[in-house]
Design a protein around this ligand. Structure first.
Ligand code: 13P
Ligand code: ZN
Length: 276
């Protein structure tokens, strides 16, 4: 479909909607959080009439051959989610990846010298891993500063098992939505090569990774699924924190047998590493 305004292209429209939804949840103070979407060939063709003369190639510290030649929509570094809908071409952009899979260049948006998110290396490596793990189905990587999941990283041991169990037991839908559990990255300096590799290693197994004292990374085939996963995890974390805040002993919870019963009924396989 030919449109007169790039913001009417479905992929851009959905991207902007997720930014607005995340802002409304309170997960994107200042420039907190970032979003990337790996475009389909049709998305690229729908946006191509709006492309500018590309800006120069920028080499990354990370490389992924399975992302060579791909195009991504990305939020800008230092840009505020709350401003995306107001001025999309300032706050988001489209980058093309080179044939070696180690450099990007801006072909649309991010005007006035703006750059892709500082977490682009982590997004990029996560895309690479999730694309391979899902046979190309995964297209979205979303990072948010979800309040309750961050709060949990102060009181729950920073292991995949402890976090997964706490989240599975705090909302009955959780084992169905993320039966493999969640991964946990210990506190690390954000924005670089090391945290990108640590996160993408976990993303081989998990759809979501918690960053200690920082936030959450989720993946998904489309905007709704990725946002829904973040929303489900954060809702569960909210329940967990509220229960802890009562100061009362926990009298009953979702037991291992309950979890197994949910899995059987909903036809999902729970990650056995999360059980004793
Ligand atoms: P950016 O503004 O570069 O996307 O950084 C925000 C953030 O959340 C860093 O982890
Ligand atoms: Zn962040």
């Amino acid at each position: 479909m030919v449109v007169s305004d790039i913001t009417k292209v479905q992929a851009i429209e959905g991207f902007m909607r997720l930014c607005a939804d995340g802002w409304e949840q309170g997960w994107h103070e200042r420039n907190g959080g970032n979003l990337t979407y790996r475009m389909t060939k049709d998305d690229v063709e729908a946006c191509r009439p709006f492309f500018y003369n590309p800006r120069p190639w920028v080499k990354m510290e990370v490389k992924a051959e399975n992302l060579a030649g791909e195009y991504f929509i990305t939020t800008g570094s230092g840009k505020y989610f709350r401003n995306v809908a107001l001025h999309p071409h300032h706050n988001i952009g489209i980058v093309e990846i080179n044939e070696e899979g180690d450099s990007w260049r801006i072909v649309w948006g991010l005007i006035n010298g703006a750059q892709p998110t500082s977490e682009f290396p982590t997004h990029f490596m996560n895309h690479s891993v999730r694309k391979a793990a899902t046979d190309g189905a995964n297209r979205v990587i979303y990072h948010c500063h979800a309040t309750n999941i961050i709060a949990m990283t102060y009181v729950v041991p920073l292991t995949n098992k402890a976090f997964t169990k706490a989240l599975w037991q705090s909302a009955t839908e959780c084992p169905v939505v993320f039966p493999e559990g969640v991964g946990v990255v210990p506190w690390m300096v954000p924005g670089g090569h090391d945290i990108a590799l640590a996160t993408s290693e976990l993303m081989k197994t998990f759809q979501a990774a918690v960053w200690a004292q920082h936030g959450l990374f989720v993946s998904g085939p489309d905007y709704d699924t990725a946002f829904g996963l973040a929303h489900t995890i954060e809702k569960s974390a909210d329940v967990y924190c509220k229960v802890m805040a009562t100061g009362h002993p926990v009298l009953q919870t979702i037991t291992d047998d309950n979890l197994k019963a949910i899995a059987k009924e909903f036809g999902v396989t729970l990650n056995q590493d999360m059980f004793d």
